[in-house]
Design a protein around this ligand. Sequence first.
Ligand code: NFS
Ligand code: SF4
Length: 641
Amino acid sequence: MRDLESVSIDPQVQFLLDKARNENVLTAFDRADMMNICGFGSTGVCCRHCLEGPCRIAPNGKGPQTGVCGADVHQIVARSFLNHLTQGSSGHAEHGREVALTLLEVAEGKAPYQIKDVDKLYRVAHDLEIVTEDLSMNEVAKEVALKALEDFQKQTGIMNWVKLRAHEDSLNTWNKLGITPVNAHLEITKAVARNAMGCDADPTNLILGGVTMGLIDGYAGLHLSTDLQDILFGTPKAVKAKYSMAVLDEKKINIAVHGHIPMLSEKSVEWSRRLEDEAIKQGATGINIVGVCCTGNELLMRQGVSVASSFSSQELVIVSGVLEAMVVDIQCIMPGIQQVAECYHTEIITTLPYVKIAGATHVNFEPSEADEAAQEIVMKAINRFSKRDPEKISIPDQTVDAYAGFSTEQIVEALSGLNGEDPLKPVIDALVSGKIRGIAALVGCTNPREKQDYGNTVVTKELLKNNVLVVSTGCAAHSLAKHNLMNFDGLEYCGEGLKEVLEAVGNAAGLPSLPPTMHMGSCVDNSRPADLLTAIANRLGVSMNELPAVGSCPETHSPKALSIGTFFIAHGIDVHIGVSPQLSGSEFVTNVLYGDRTDEHEVNADKLFGGKLIYEQDPYTAAKLLLERIDMKRETLLNKL
Ligand code: NFS
Ligand code: SF4
């Protein structure tokens, strides 16, 4: 087993992992060490698509070079890749659909939420070409929800959210390639169908099918979810919050909300306030909600709720011995939390009919009965308080401050402190003068196989040092926040030019500075960096693929990160991944994805879209490669302006 320092650079995670090991509790970090990595699966050459198989292609030409059906290694690897992308994008599309249905129910007066950002509702309605005169607010909301649901139904044309949010030049590229999505369900079904035995066997065509999945993720998932969530729950504004395992409070009833969709967690926060007296009756001083994974990000962005853990250390929140309940909805919920919870007094509560865990409590959540469900869940947690085992309690101390809440709207508002007429001008001037060398989105996950927070923080610090403006989302944002990269202490990592810009914008907004990196939200909020880049490209009159902008996910584990990455590559924005995407079995596939515009290889992503996938495990080398691409695009852009 790895020593504690090799598992995470976060001392609190090390502390709790040590506690788990001493109490003989197995968590993902140790399970990762026990798992032998399969040489076939890890290179993408294993196929289980039909009952003639499983088939696997032997490396170095020694052994069978095709499956029973005749599929060669390139076809098999391309299909594995499409499989990952389909899985990733369907998760986000389901997220979008759930939110759209909730908005519809709210508009019809059937679900107990209020529309918090009326301005955004009308802006989105206007951009969707909905005629709002003569309509009440709820009628407008209903029309917007129906437009969203059309993106899961229409049989011809282009998805409404693609038309709403895509940069025109990117859309033209996709149209020429015939990969623009019609509706999310249609495209997902098509992807599953073409990926079956005896269907699509052209690796290039399969990869292009994968790009469509990236677009489904980007529009039916990210953009649609962010837009509708902002309408329902409010568009985030700058907020100060606390990070680390130390946000758990021994004197309070602790409830972790974990998963992705904010409908339940928003209500849990509301009911934890309403049931405070019940908690006090049990001898606690109150109720403390803490966030895990992207639900944590959603609540942080809109409510300033403290964040306990990213993905890879989710089980360790339970190991503290003070967690009464972990409430989960969808995605990134390790089944292992139930086994760990059984060693403590924690109750795991699942909430959606299609995401249950054997042994856990299930409280069904429907938006229409959100109050009843949230009340029941909070009461269950309160009733667990007396079951704590004092011998097993140990929480690290010292929380870390972080500024979050940087929606695109908030960033533009902060910038308008410097230039009210043309808010993007200060950023553009800084890009042209070189004070800002480029823009990077540091995104994605943490992965129990990787040293937690190491890749995420090293890539970020290297980019900051080189004056790259960094925004962040997802569990990567947890890594940055915990290590002072979202408070003013972290400004020391910034190069002089960048620091000057951050201070100037911050001062205009009444702060000492902007934080070194800006937290833009959950993974579906990767729509926000995309919107920011679209706005900058439009302001400059260039395509997205001409911007000195990159994405990086150094520690990812999730197919969702692959589909989000593909969405950015479809815009011509380079994406770095620090964990193997399991493609190395096919030189053809890696050439298409990793290849350069100067390569001889006929078709590749860089030639088609102007951006590529960069796979590099070492975070220092990765930052260097990203800077090279930033400089290449900078030079061309500056010559053009
Ligand atoms: Ni994104 Fe969010 Fe975290 Fe990774 Fe999972 S929680 S949707 S997939 S692990 S960042
Ligand atoms: Fe084997 Fe072809 Fe079936 Fe895959 S689809 S398992 S390669 S026979």
